[in-house]
Write a protein that binds this ligand. Sequence first.
Ligand code: NI
Ligand code: MN
Length: 231
Amino acid sequence: MGNTRLTWLGHSCFQIDAGGTTILIDPFISENPKASVRLEELEPDIIAVTHGHSDHFGDTVSIAQKTGCTVVCIHEISQYLKSKRIKTSGMNIGGKIELAGIHFIMTDARHSSSIDESGWGFDGGRAAGFVIKFDDVSIYHAGDTAVFGDMDLISKLYHPDVAILPIGGRYTMDAKDAAFAVEMLRPKIAIPMHYNTYDVISQDPNIFAQNVKSLSTADVIIMEIGSYIIL
Ligand code: NI
Ligand code: MN
C-alpha cells in the first residue's frame, strides 16, 4: 500500500491513479448535480463501467471518444460501445482480465441494467461490480447492488483491502444493509457511495459508520466529493 490514489468524483464515480495509469469507474459527471470536476479535466487510460444506467454509464461515450481510452465492461455494453467505434475490453461476471498490468475481476451485483442513453430497454446485460487489483492493493467497487451472501465469497477469493459500497437505499442497499456487506467482505477500509446525490437516496453516512463499527473492524472513510485518499 502507499502508491495508489483513490479520488471520489461524486455518486459512484471514482478515479484510481496507480503506476502512471488512470482508471475511471462509472463516469457520471455532466448530468451529476454534485460533480466536482468538469468533463474536460478527465483523461483516463481505462474506464470501468458497472452497468448501463445513466448515473453510472454517464459520460463514457464522450470521454472514450475524446481520449481513445479502453472501456472495461460486460459483453452487452461492449457490443453497444463497439458500434460507436469505442475501444472496449468486454467480459462477464466471474471473468478476469489484465490491462496495463492491472487485474479486473467482474463480480456479481444484485441489480438491473439497461443502457438508458438510447432510450428504453436497450440491453445492458447484467449489472456487475469490479475487484481491481494492483501489485499491493485490491479495491472492490460494488456498483449498484443489494447485499448478497456471496460477498463472503468475494472476500475469500479476492481479499479486497478497500470496499466501496452504495448506501443510498431505494435502488441499492442502505446504510444498515451495507454494514452487513462490510462484515462479509472483511476489508481494511470501507467507503460509502451512491447517496445524497438526489433526495430519493438521502442517507447519513455516519449511520453507516456506526453500523459498521458494531459488525466489523474495518475503518469507514467518509470521503468529501473531490477529495482523495492514498492507499
Ligand atoms: Ni443502477
Ligand atoms: Mn445507480
